[in-house]
Design a binder for this molecule. Sequence first.
Ligand code: SAH
Length: 211
Amino acid sequence: MSTPNHKIRLVMELRAAGVADVGVLAAIERVPREAFVPPTFRDRAYEDAALPIGHAQTLSRPSVVGLMSQALEASPRMKVLEIGTGSGYQTCVLARMVRRVYTIERHRELMVQAEERFKALRIHNVVTKFGDGWAGWHEQAPFERIIVTAAPADIPGALVDQLAEGGVMVLPVGREKRTQALVRVRKLDGRTTIEELDAVRFVPMVAGLPN
Ligand code: SAH
C-alpha cells in the first residue's frame, strides 16, 4: 500500500543504498510502485525487493532503479532511450526526471500493460515501441542518455552508435546466472570509455521477438 510511512521508509533505504541524487529520490517518491506490480504483490510494493511482472520478467528493486537512474546523470531537458520497458516503472521514474523517454519492449503484452499505466498516471512524455532493443531506435537517434534494464552478454554496438556525443549509457553486462556488472559508457570526443559500477543481477537481454 502507498502510505506516507512506506514511502519515507523506502527513501531511507534508497539513501542507505547510496542513492543521494535529490532529483532521483523525488522522482521515485512521485511514482506509485504499487501500480506496477501484480495485485498479489501490492502489499510488498514498497519493500526494496525485485518483484515478478509475468513472462518470467522482474521489476527491479527500487535501490537498483535508483542507482541506475543516478548513474545516468540525467537532467530535465534530455531525451532518453530505455531498452526493456517491462512494467514501465523505471520508465515512469525517468519520465519524471527528463524531457522525453523512448522505450522499447519485446513482449507485446507487457508493453500494452505499461502503456495503460502511463495513461492512468497521466504520464505523457513517454513514447513506446514494440520491438527488439538490440537495434535501438534509429529514427529517433541520437540519444543523450540510454538505459538498458536487461543484461546483454556484450555492449550492443547499435546502442553505442545511437548515443550522442557527450552521452552516457548505463547497462548491466554479463551472462545469465553469472555476476553481471553495472557498466557506464561515456562517449566523449568520439571516443567511448567504459566504467564498472556495481555487481548486479538482471534477466538476459534476448535477441529477436517472441513468437
Ligand atoms: N525496467 C523494467 C524491468 C525490466 S525486466 C521495470 O521497471 O519493470 C527486463 C525487460 O527487458 C523485460 O520486460 C524483457 O522482456 C525486456 N527485454 C529483454 N530483451 C529485450 C530486447 N532485446 N528488446 C527489448 N526488450 C527486451
